[in-house]
Design a protein around this ligand. Structure first.
Ligand code: AMP
Ligand code: MG
Length: 306
């Protein structure tokens, strides 16, 4: 029995793996290769990625992987009535999110850019794997969902090897396979949104699930004394002013946990509760008043850190 741990930088974040079993090394390396492959396909900021080619020409036949991620991104856009919007990219660009020149745009710029944002304008041809946009200048950014897809791929890979348990963390996007040797659960720390990185507000004990958190503490910028986050409200064109400090979603598939955590960040607590029941996902919400709300299904597996 052997263990193998690795840390790499990819998809704009730190990716940690902890894997146990005879083929832990092989599994970890296979996952690293897979993540690099997916990054080449779906990176919004890499000129030659499949996604960038699609964004520049507006109609393109993509790989099965990219098509699947776009299809699920559109599905989540529909299910959240556009709180998550697969076509939010022009706004993300306008605000300079992830660039060196983040700035507050003018109202006119926002008004013009909003015309390009509507997930209903993204057309998918399931047979031909072709994606096309209704309007010139429309774009797709998979930043709110691609890490989730990569985490799901990692778990698929662990299953293909002689591995007894696995843990992967893509910048706060965690998925676990089975349990660690001699233990019943993996412990997943839930970040304290007002603390430093790795300062946890609680610990979740889980198997075979994904846990993804969205919040403005991860990435934001200040202008004239106001803080702006990196999740945009596609209806107003402004960064979301959330009722929450963070939203954590626990789901079987990380792509859904990732997509819904981004989407639910802009909803009310009542809306979060009803969507979580309908979509069969669990949530841990930290409100602006630092109150913690936990779905009934996971209360027994969640321990608050004192
Ligand atoms: P996450 O960190 O998973 O919550 O995703 C946030 C990232 O998704 C941002 O950095 C943007 O690239 C992109 N994004 C921002 N707002 C939205 C939105 N409303 N719908 C979809 N993607 C978004
Ligand atoms: Mg997300």
């Amino acid at each position: 029995m052997s263990n193998f741990e690795s840390r790499i930088l990819a998809m704009g974040t730190i990716i940690d793996q902890k894997v146990q079993g005879n083929e832990s090394y092989e599994a970890v390396k296979a996952v690293e290769e897979e993540i690099k492959r997916l990054q080449k396909l779906m990176n919004f900021y890499e000129e030659n990625s499949e996604l960038s080619i699609l964004n520049s020409i507006g109609s393109y036949k993509v790989s099965e992987d990219t098509f699947k991620v776009i299809r699920i991104a559109k599905e989540i856009s529909e299910k959240t009535e556009g709180s998550f919007d697969i076509s939010a990219a022009p706004l993300v660009k306008l605000w300079g999110i992830f660039s060196d020149d983040e700035r507050v745009p003018t109202e006119n710029e926002i008004k013009d850019t909003l015309k390009l944002v509507n997930y209903k304008d993204i057309n998918l041809d399931n047979d031909k794997l072709n994606v096309s946009f209704d309007k010139k200048g429309q774009m797709i950014d998979l930043g709110a969902i691609a890490k989730g897809y990569a985490a799901d791929k990692a778990i698929e890979i662990y299953k293909m090897y002689d591995v007894t348990g696995g843990f992967i963390n893509l910048g706060g996007n965690v998925s676990v396979y089975n349990s660690p040797v001699g233990k019943e659960y993996w412990n997943v720390g839930i970040q304290n949104p007002i603390g430093k990185r790795d300062n946890f507000i609680g610990v979740l004990m889980i198997n075979n699930k994904s846990v993804v958190t969205s919040g403005n503490y991860e990435r934001n910028f200040e202008s004239d004394g106001k803080t702006y986050g990196h999740i945009i409200n596609p209806k107003t064109g402004w960064p979301v002013e959330s009722e929450f400090l963070s939203v954590t979603v626990i789901a079987d598939k990380s792509i859904y946990a990732d997509g819904f955590s981004t989407a639910l960040f802009s909803k009310s607590l009542e809306a979060v509760k009803s969507i979580s029941i309908k979509e069969e996902i669990d949530v841990i919400i930290i409100t602006k008043e630092s109150e913690v709300w936990v779905s009934p299904n996971v209360i027994e597996n969640f321990v608050l850190v004192k």
